[in-house]
Design a protein around this ligand. Structure first.
Ligand code: HEC
Ligand code: HEC
Length: 490
């Protein structure tokens, strides 16, 4: 991430902490300010309804016209709704013309279940070799916001998103002023009290983010109504293709962790974890971070957004040299080390947290939800891939050449002396410690990612299975409310 974007985000991190502290004060002040007759309706349902209205409110950006939903559109599975931009750029366009985000738009669906950040180290999860650290938790591709409430403070103030910026800093004042004049002001008063706009700016801003987070924790965004959920409940039969996809995804005959091994294992569930039955939510992510060796996205316009005069807070000072270190950009500074800490100046162990290039494992629920079959969705943190087939083919063949050779990404020059041509460009961040299965061990020997030995048909079956993860296959899942009750905020 560029230094100037980092500077802005750094400001917001501090603001995030402030508003969290202020939130409690704001809430109690609002209670005291209430005349009994006009008691605010701060029930969860009212808060979620308000949050929905705010999520779609296009008057809170600078210039006006961009809402959260402008980038996180329900019809695209709460991701970017412009097929052409997705195809060509892979990242999102901002409220200001000619500005883009550095990264692609992740889904907001099921984000209610992402554990609180900052990413913390776990020893020995299923996906990690013994003794290896796995980081869990936090919002954004690199976990740089702790909670949904804190996350919501960022897009309003990001120059490349909703752009409420003044005097070289993100400006909650600007957001709050717009909110007070917006169509959402009246519903906002109904939830937070008639005098809410008399509160200090930071308290109002905190309430705004609180309502957005409440919406994000509503059943609308985590309905658990895919064909796969119906299958888990014994109410649907998977097609032979979908069933084969489930078997490959999990490596077992019945798709359950304890099941008999299937003839092949694509090892997907190691990171995109699911549960054996409906007693626990299958989130299709273990909420951890990994570097799977995704190539850079050469058509990301962020590479060319290098003009400090037009965008002093959000330009990319590195130009074509921009490298997204993901977790390595956030976790090392958190430990008072330089971003991407390696070599001299480090503790001498290089990328010792294996953080560089690691990004959060996204859920694959609704990964195929799109408004029409020909609508393009971009995949991965930088939007480099444009179809699920391409994603699966990448997992299958990352370490292969067109001559069938397997190369080792930890070799000093992995591409030296090859007879064939590598099927994929090199990883954006080829950290020898962080890239999953950098050596390219075959999946039958336990290798995750890179050399899965799948046929073309089997790749299609994995896609078919992921297509069965689109919500809306049946109207309501009786378990959803109970799953969500466990993750409601304060
Ligand atoms: C200009 C497009 C844009 C707008 C507008 C926008 N977002 Fe995002 N959103 C993104 C991008 C890009 C990311 C990933 C950024 C990153 O990881 O650094 C993201 C990430 C998120 C995440 C993190 C999801 C996860 O899996 O960690 C949440 C939650 C979210 N946005 C909610 C919102 C809310 C709430 C709003 C409105 C206040 C909003 N977004 C407005 C583009 C946008
Ligand atoms: C080592 C952990 C790991 C394994 C194993 C794994 N994934 Fe992933 N998956 C990730 C990470 C991390 C990302 C995001 C990578 C990025 O943005 O560069 C991702 C991204 C994806 C995406 C894109 C989602 C999006 O929102 O852009 C899909 C689809 C996907 N994986 C499917 C699969 C399938 C199918 C398999 C099995 C063949 C699999 N994954 C195996 C970690 C893993």
């Amino acid at each position: 991430m560029s230094r100037s974007v980092r500077a802005v985000l750094g400001t917001s991190v501090v603001l995030g902490a402030l508003v969290t502290a202020a939130a409690a004060q704001g809430a109690s002040a609002a209670r005291f300010a209430q005349p009994a007759a006009a008691a605010a309706d701060s029930s969860r349902a009212a808060m979620q309804d308000l949050g929905r209205q705010l999520f779609f409110d296009t008057t809170l950006s600078q210039p006006v016209g961009q809402s959260c939903a402008s980038c996180h559109a329900p019809a695209a599975g709460f991701r970017f709704p412009d097929s052409k931009v997705n195809q060509v750029f892979g990242v999102a366009t901002g409220a200001v013309a000619n500005r883009v985000t550095a990264r692609s738009v992740p889904t907001v669906m099921y984000s209610a279940f992402i554990p609180k950040g900052p990413p913390f180290a776990h020893l020995q999860l299923a996906a990690a070799p013994p003794g290896e650290l796995l980081f869990i938790g936090g919002m954004f591709w690199d976990g740089h916001a702790a909670t949904l409430e804190e996350q919501a403070t960022f897009p309003f103030q990001n120059p490349n998103e909703m752009n409420n910026v003044a005097h070289g800093m993100g400006s909650p004042e600007q957001v709050v002023r717009k909110l007070a004049a917006s169509p959402s002001a009246e519903p906002f008063r109904r939830v937070f009290g008639v005098h809410v706009f008399g509160l200090p700016t930071h308290a109002i801003f905190a309430d705004l983010c609180k309502a957005l987070a409440a919406y994000e924790r509503s059943e609308e965004l985590s309905p658990f109504t895919s064909k796969f959920d119906a299958y888990l409940m014994g109410r649907a039969t998977l097609t032979p293709e979908e069933l084969d996809g489930l078997r490959l995804f999990t490596g077992t005959v019945d798709g359950k962790s304890s099941g008999e091994p299937w003839v092949k294992n694509a090892q997907c569930a190691a990171c995109h974890g699911l549960e054996d039955d409906m007693s626990l939510p299958s989130l299709f992510t273990r909420e951890c971070y990994a570097n799977i060796g995704t190539p850079r996205n050469p058509t990301n316009p962020f590479y060319f957004m290098t003009d400090p005069a037009s965008n002093p807070l959000g330009f990319n000072p590195d130009g074509l040299d921009f490298v997204d270190l993901g977790l390595g950009d956030f976790l090392y500074p958190l430990n008072e080390l330089p971003p991407g800490n390696e070599g001299p100046g480090s503790d001498g162990n290089g990328d010792w947290l294996a953080a560089n290039g690691s990004v959060k494992v996204p859920t694959v629920r609704n990964v195929d939800l799109r408004p029409s079959p020909d609508f393009v969705k971009p995949y991965m943190h930088n939007g480099v891939f444009k179809s699920l087939k391409e994603v699966v083919h990448f997992y299958n063949t990352r370490n292969l050449t067109d001559a069938g050779e397997v190369f080792d990404l930890t070799a000093p020059d992995p591409y030296a002396g090859l007879l064939g041509t590598p099927l994929w460009p090199p990883p954006e961040v080829n950290s020898p410690t962080a890239v999953a299965n950098a050596q390219g061990f075959p999946a039958i020997e336990g290798g995750l990612v890179g050399n899965l030995g799948l046929t073309d048909e089997e790749e299609d079956h994995l896609v078919a299975f992921m297509q069965a993860l689109t919500d809306g296959w049946f109207p309501k899942n009786p378990h959803a409310a109970e799953f969500l009750a466990a993750v409601q905020g304060p």
